[in-house]
Design a protein around this ligand. Sequence first.
Ligand code: ZN
Length: 182
Amino acid sequence: MTSGAHFLISWLSTVELLNERRERTIVALSGILPDVDGLGGVVDSITGTTSYYDKYHHYFGHCGLFAVIVSAIAYFLAKSQKKLTCILTYTIIHIHLLCDIIGSKGPDGHQWPIYYFYPFNTDFGLTWSGQWELNAWQNLAIMISLFLGCAFYAIRKRITFIEVISPRLQSAVFQMYDNYKR
Ligand SMILES: [Zn+2]
């Protein structure tokens, strides 16, 4: 799935469970962190001669070891609800992997297997025969559901994923909305 979908899934998973913005931000950002192994694509497009994307995408960021390391870092970065932040981070990275397995087929039909046991084993790649393409209707439906979920919390709890970027910006958005309503 796209990084945007991973981000919204991750952030939404925190709203009912984590009380503070700091911990929600840690989990929300951890949910997109596996895609860091796709950044080689940026280098490839600049150099035109390297193939870091093919070489590393779905390897080191999309493996069990990465989930353990990021969860441990999340534990130390959290100031409150440390254990829950750690468990949620570990879970959300695995949900990221699951989402990629079910809905991230490339336009060329390549399934981008998940090398879960990287770097210890690079032969075993996880795929699913029913996997749909990245731009399939299923992903669009999921994205719409995620935005509806975000709208629900914006109305009910006056909280949005914008808090990850800036709480001030979030307040400004609600201020504008309140002024508009008056
Ligand atoms: Zn991914």
